[in-house]
Write a protein that binds this ligand. Structure first.
Ligand SMILES: NC(=O)c1ccc[n+]([C@@H]2O[C@H](COP(=O)([O-])OP(=O)(O)OC[C@H]3O[C@@H](n4cnc5c(N)ncnc54)[C@H](OP(=O)(O)O)[C@@H]3O)[C@@H](O)[C@H]2O)c1
Length: 361
């Protein structure tokens, strides 16, 4: 079978004959990401706006939220073609007169918009956050989505008096962060795992118990694991009937924090009627971040940097490929041992200043 990246290389040629066009991954239509995303050369975006900056992207993450968006799950707010990628690190290579010129040459995290799977991204300086020298680019790629979500959910729902929590998707990156933050507050954490990706929880001793997802919905089994008081709070990234079953094993007054839909199925409509006295809270990081001040985001990122440095908010990365091989990377994403990164290929490097890019392929 032909490697899709070879097709892309042939399409793009060496780059010289393409003039000023720059590489970008495009999701052309809804569907499985590895079938509908391709790399093309596009016209560079003009630097317009009060505080616009141009970034040369160094590396970007591949997250479930990217795959879900490309799949068409948010049909009403997705227009194709578009450049995906919600999380990434770039170097500032050009600034608008309204943007701080001290940002030139700085490595920044870019928030507030997608479009990170391309070589050059134009964005607003107010959505750029400098990356501390203490973090590698690979580490910096994972300072935002999962750590900030875990920090905010735990701050809100792991108040004093909470003793037992359930965190499903135990092998997920965010599941590991939630476990670490809850354990640090002295809370016992039970981790249901579906096994669909073939990943295993790395350090079983860090959890009170790791159980198959099917067992997590059995009241008898969970009561045995959680002790007499029962489960106070459950963090759910799966949805569907599994979330409904989890609500049923909470103690009266307990909370289910629903923040992901990995099963692809919504929580059934009659769930709260069947489990009276239990509460469902929805969590969506982008909604909160867009309402936060820059100082508040900066303070949260500071906590994330600290957690990454100490290991509690560490993300395991299992591979990285150049942007031109994004299709192959996307094909591996759902079963990879850890997170995957798309980086800018050295063969496409232009004369603009470039920073170090981790490339393992
Ligand atoms: N709402 C927000 O603002 C927000 C913020 C951050 C993350 N999230 C969500 O959190 C979830 C995890 O993100 P991540 O980056 O940590 O992902 P990840 O590291 O790629 O892990 C995904 C994990 O999900 C579980 N899983 C995968 N497919 C599943 C399926 N069909 N049914 C049940 N479980 C499945 C697997 O864990 P097991 O094998 O252990 O079950 C897998 O290891 C995603 O849904 C993401 O969108 C939401």
């Amino acid at each position: 079978m032909t490697d899709p990246s070879e097709h892309v290389d042939a399409q793009l040629g060496s780059g010289a004959e393409e003039g000023a066009k720059v590489p970008a991954a495009l999701a052309h239509r809804s569907g499985p990401a590895s079938s509908v995303v391709d790399v093309a050369r596009v016209e560079p975006e003009p630097l317009t706006g009060d505080d616009a900056v141009r970034l040369r992207m160094q590396a970007s993450t591949v997250n479930p939220s990217d795959l879900v968006t490309i799949s068409g799950a948010h049909a009403s707010r997705t227009r194709y073609p578009f450049v995906p990628g919600f999380e990434g690190i770039g170097e500032v290579v050009e600034t608008d007169p309204g943007a701080p010129s001290r940002l030139l040459g700085r490595r920044v995290l870019t928030l507030g918009s997608a479009e990170n799977w391309q070589e050059y991204k134009v964005t607003s300086a107010r959505w750029c956050f400098e990356v501390p020298e203490t973090l590698t680019t690979e580490e910096a790629c994972f300072v935002y989505t999962n750590p900030l979500s875990a920090l905010l959910m735990v701050d809100e729902h792991a108040r004093p008096g909470i003793r037992v929590a359930v965190v499903n998707g135990a092998t997920s990156a965010i599941g590991g962060h939630l476990r670490a933050l809850l354990s640090a507050r002295g809370i016992d954490v039970i981790g249901p795992t579906s096994g669909v990706t073939g990943r295993r929880v790395r350090n079983l001793s860090e959890w009170s118990a790791v159980v198959p997802t099917t067992d997590a919905g059995r009241p008898g089994e969970v009561r045995r694991l959680s002790g007499r008081s029962g489960v106070d709070v459950a963090f759910d990234c799966v949805g569907g009937e599994h979330a409904a079953a989890l609500l049923g094993v909470l103690r009266p007054g307990g909370s289910l924090v629903h923040y992901g839909l990995l099963s692809g199925r919504p929580i059934p409509a009659d769930t709260t009627r069947k489990s009276p006295g239990r509460h469902i809270h929805l969590f969506r990081l982008p909604d909160l971040v867009h309402s936060f001040s820059r100082d508040r985001i900066g303070a949260l990122l500071g906590r994330s940097h600290q957690g990454i440095s100490t290991g509690s908010l560490h993300t395991t990365v299992s591979g990285s490929s150049p942007l031109r091989q994004i299709r192959r990377l996307l094909g591996e994403a759902e079963t990879a041992e850890g997170k995957l990164l798309s980086s800018v290929s050295r063969s496409w490097a232009s004369s603009r200043p470039t920073g170090p890019v981790t490339q393992k392929d």
